[in-house]
Structures are given as C-alpha cells and as structure tokens.
Ligand binder design. Structure first.
Ligand SMILES: Cc1cc2nc3c(=O)[nH]c(=O)nc-3n(C[C@H](O)[C@H](O)[C@H](O)COP(=O)(O)O)c2cc1C
Length: 164
C-alpha cells in the first residue's frame, strides 16, 4: 500500500558517517511506521525498498564522500510493507572547524510528472542491474539523462527540474 506524502511534508533525518540514524522527525516516524526508538542507531537501509536500483545509493555515497550533495528520487519501504516516494536532498553538514558533523536528508513529495519518468527508469535500471551489475544500470541512467541533454554532472538540477 502506498503511503501519501503531501506537499507540506518535510521528512528529515540525520546520520553519522556510517549512515546510522541519529535523528528523525515525527513525519519520518509516521511514514516509515517505525517509532523513534526503532529508528535511532539503525542504518537508513532499514527503509531500503527492493525496487531501488543499487547504483542510486552508490551515486549518493560517492558524492557524499566527495563532499557534494545529492537530489535523488527514492522509493522507501515502511515497516508495514507499504511504500512512499520522495525527492531526497542529502548533504554533508560540517562543524564550524570544518570537521564532519552529520549527513542530513530532507525529503519532499514526488510530483506525478516526475513519477512518470522515474518509475519506469528505475524498473529498467533494476533489470539492467540484475543482468549486468551496477555498470549496466549506470549506462541506462546515463543514456536516459543524455536523451534530455543532461548528464551525471547535471544530475541534481535534472532531478529538481523533473519534480517542479
Ligand atoms: C542521511 C542519509 C539518508 C538516507 N536515507 C535513505 C532513505 O531514506 N532510504 C534508503 O533506502 N536509503 C537511504 N540512505 C542510504 C542508505 O545509507 C543505504 O545506502 C541504502 O539504503 C542502500 O542500502 P544497502 O547499501 O545496504 O543496500 C540514506 C543515507 C544517508 C547518509
């Protein structure tokens, strides 16, 4: 069953360097179906949906490790087996001295228009991944981006535009 994300919802969580949850806001608890106690200190992969291509998370982590933020559409799985789609903005927060503070993800509703593009794309990427691993799904993603004159370098802007 799909859980509705409304346009006023801002779903926030923070994590340590390993991706373990150190903070989640009430709308996060509500949509995921987990209590705050069940979320804290657990990995964000607790929400991982099997429909998500692995390459999306590799792209996310590669960018975070390099200090860059990422806007990516994510299908999350709730505790009850349901799901919800979001556009996540994940970034690195630094302390005043420049050292690592945490990773922060702010998620908003996915638009119908974005869904029409992303859902079939992720299905195609997942199929490619099953056959040829992450290099195959990366190729599907790159081909799709280039069809609209975009590339991995303009990934964030392309995702934001899709959701507008
Ligand atoms: C701040 C932050 C938020 C994240 N939020 C999610 C999320 O909502 N859903 C999700 O599946 N993965 C999220 N991830 C990515 C997970 O850490 C993980 O890479 C992903 O679930 C894939 O899990 P796996 O590598 O065990 O397959 C987040 C990572 C960070 C750093």
């Amino acid at each position: 069953m799909e859980h509705e994300v409304t346009k006023v919802d801002i779903i926030v969580s923070k994590s340590n360097e390993a991706g373990d949850i150190t903070y989640a806001n009430p709308i996060f608890w509500k949509l995921s179906g987990y209590s705050q106690g069940e979320l804290l200190d657990n990995p964000h992969s607790i929400l991982r949906h099997p429909d998500m291509p692995k390459i999306v998370f590799k792209f996310l982590w590669d960018n975070l490790k390099a200090g860059s933020d990422v806007f990516a559409f994510v299908k999350n799985r709730s505790k009850d087996g349901g799901f919800y789609w979001v556009l996540a903005h994940v970034r690195v927060a630094k302390n005043p001295d420049g050292s690592f503070r945490n990773y922060v993800s702010t998620r908003r509703m996915m638009t119908e228009g974005a869904r029409k593009t992303i859902e079939p794309l992720y299905i195609k990427m997942l199929e490619a991944e099953k056959e040829g691993g992450m290099s195959a799904s990366l190729k599907v993603l790159e081909d799709s981006l280039s069809e609209s004159g975009a590339s991995l370098a303009t990934f964030n802007e392309t995702m934001k535009k899709l959701n507008s």
